[in-house]
Each structure stands twice: as C-alpha cells, then as structure tokens.
Design a protein around this ligand. Structure first.
Ligand code: KG4
Ligand code: ZN
Length: 355
C-alpha cells in the first residue's frame, strides 16, 4: 500500500482535475510552477439553453476527460510515472459532473499507485493566488467572488481560515448571470456584461449596497431585482432604455462594495497582503478597482491571471499542493459532494484522512 508521507517531496509534480460545472480541466504543476493547463468547455452548448444543463455537462465531461488529462500530461513534458499526486475537485458542484472527475482521478491514482488528494473547489479558487506569486505566504485577506460564493476571508496559515463575511443571498456571479439574461446577453453572463458596460455610463440609480452597516456581509438579491424591475418596467411601457448604461451601473454597484470590504478586512486584520479568486475576479473593472484601492491603502495585491480566476485545474493542483504539504490524502472511498458549506473550507475536507 502506498505511504504518502514516506515519499513527500519539496516540489512535487501534481496533476489537478476539475469537473464541477461545465469545464473539464486538467493541469500539471511542479511546486507552484504551472507546467500545463488544459480546458475543454461545454459553455457553447450550454449557451443554447441559457445556462448549464447538468446532464449535458456530465456527458461532455465523460467525452473529454481522458483526452484533457492526456493533453495536460503531454504538454507538461512529463510521463505518468513522474506524477507525485493526483488532486481532484470532489465538491461543491453538479453531482454528475463531479463524479466524472472523481471516478477518473480515483482510477488513475489507483492504476499508477499514486496518492489521491480531495480538493474543495472553493479552496481551489483561494489557492490560485499561490500560482501567481510562488513566494506568497499567509497571513492575507482574500476576496472570493464566483458564481456560487461571495466572501471575504482571512487566511491565517495555509490550514486556518476565517470567514469575515459572505453573501446573505445571491452570489455576485449569479447576479451577473441573471442580469445578463434580462439584458438579452448570452451565457455566461459575466464577461458579456463587462463587454457591454464598456460602452455605457454608470448613470442609472441603483439600490444602496450593504456597506458599513452590513459589516463584511453582502446582499445581491435587491440589486438584481432592481435591475430586472427597471428593464421590465421600461419594456412594459414601451420605453427605450440604454442597456449599456444598465450594465455599467449594475457592474459598478455590484463590484465597488467587494473592493471596499476586502480592503476593510485587510486593515482590520492588520495584514499587508490581499489576494482574490473566483470567476468574477476575471472582471477588468474589478481588477482595476482592487489595484487602485490596495495601492491607496498601501496593501500588496496578488491577483491571479484571469485564466486562473475562472474555473481551471491549475488552481485545483495548487490547493492539492497545500493539502499535500499538510499531509491530507484521500482514501479510495472518496465520493463526490454536491454541496459543501463555505465553512467547510476551514477544515480538512470530509472523506480524507489526516496523517
Ligand atoms: O469561479 P467560476 O468560474 O465558477 C464558479 O465556481 O462559480 O465563476 C463563474 C462566475 C459566473 O457567474 C460568471 O458570469 C462570472 O463568474 N464571471 C464574470 C466574469 N467572468 C466570469 N463576472 C463578471 N465579469 C467577468 N469578466
Ligand atoms: Zn469556480
């Protein structure tokens, strides 16, 4: 039987596998260096349905997984034997989609007699920052902004997190996707809102976001509903309205509050470094605003490249490395989990054994 501890290396080669939503991804890292990062997306097919259809995602993963992993290994310039551990997203996400990645990773690790690491997708987003700056070390404060989560977290050590605040209702990415649909933009909505917003001005009044009074918490359902009502009312009255202005006004309202609370968290926790992760962090307006605010506050900002913000497997491998160093390896009984509470990102993932 393989003993993970006996073989622990300083800069292990880790294969990461991600299949929680509509991206089938595989990547290879050595230490914190990305050797390859491959993605096959079913987003174009999903766009025909206006969102992700779970069964279509599962079928697309089943078709793509072996090819994507093979390509990642080949493009990394390594052989299967060189891999030191296989890290896979076990949750949260679409169950059928997750099962494709988890089953593949288990079979792959078992066949090659390599250790398996269970990765919580959200922790993967947090660990994308390590790829951007290999010397990055906690403590730091992180903005997490994705399709499923919106939170500000304080990372004390690689194993200890504290949630400073999170959304009370919708996630920010979810609000982007819903507003995009109302504006007649294609799935995925976030990048399309960003594009349209570039042609508009933030001149349409938006409801107040939960600023100081809300502490570190966020709320997006009011903003989303206000935008939807604005568009529907205009349409019902047969009045023309400027969709680019709606996109721009919504975008700044939705994102400014994220920047404000992230900087507030860094100041309160007295850290000198801020990081960010999640699909919404690919947004250019947010990236610029974060840079400006961190510069002004004298904070160092570690912002992962856009391709490591949206779903990818390099971030899963990066979190795999964190777990590898902590000695958290999964058993072959590992199963996929559709939902994992955000607080579970603070502890050893279930289904794993701590050595
Ligand atoms: O992290 P991610 O790829 O998947 C989840 O784990 O949820 O995030 C996806 C979310 C979607 O809601 C998508 O619309 C949003 O990130 N997103 C963006 C941008 N790119 C992706 N939102 C705003 N601007 C973008 N450029
Ligand atoms: Zn994600």
């Amino acid at each position: 039987m393989y003993s993970p501890i006996a073989d622990k290396k300083k800069n292990p080669i880790i294969l990461g596998i991600e299949s929680s939503c509509d991206e089938t991804a595989a990547a290879v890292i050595r230490g914190r260096e990305v050797l390859s990062n491959e993605i096959a997306s079913s987003a174009d097919i999903q766009a025909l349905y206006g969102g992700v259809v779970p069964e279509i995602a599962s079928r697309a993963h089943t078709d793509a997984i072996a090819k994507v992993v093979e390509k990642a290994v080949k493009n990394a310039g390594i052989t299967y034997e060189d891999i030191d551990a296989v890290a896979v997203t076990y949750g949260a996400g679409l169950l059928g989609a997750l099962l494709v990645g988890v089953s593949f990773a288990k079979a792959f690790a078992f066949a090659l007699n390599k250790p398996l690491i269970a990765v919580n997708h959200i922790r993967g987003h947090l660990s994308a920052a390590y790829l951007h700056e290999p010397s990055l070390k906690p403590p730091f404060v992180t903005l997490l902004a994705s399709g499923g989560h919106t939170a500000v977290l304080y990372t004390k050590t690689e194993a200890e997190f504290e949630i400073l605040g999170a959304t009370l209702d919708d996630a920010v990415g979810e609000a982007f996707d819903k507003v995009a649909r109302v504006l007649g933009l294609k799935y995925p909505g976030g990048p399309n809102i960003e594009k349209l917003a570039q042609e508009g001005k933030a001149v349409i009044p938006m409801p107040k976001m939960l600023k100081g009074a809300g502490g570190y918490n966020f709320s997006y359902s009011g903003l989303k509903t206000a935008v939807i009502n604005y568009c529907h009312t205009k349409e019902q009255k047969g009045e023309a309205y400027n969709k680019a202005d709606v996109a721009c006004s919504f975008q700044s309202s939705a994102l400014d509050v994220l920047v404000e609370k992230t900087v507030m968290g860094a100041k309160e926790k007295n850290v000198s470094c801020v990081t960010a992760g999640g699909g919404v962090v690919a947004n250019g307006y947010l990236r610029e605003a974060l840079k400006k605010a961190c510069d002004k506050a004298g904070l160092k900002l570690v912002l992962p490249e856009k391709r490591y913000c949206t779903d990818n497997a390099a971030m899963i491998a990066s979190e795999g490395l964190v777990q590898y160093n902590l000695g958290n390896f999964a058993e072959m009984t590992l199963n996929a989990k559709a939902s994992i509470p955000l607080s579970a990102t603070l502890s050893t993932p279930q289904n794993t054994i701590r050595k």
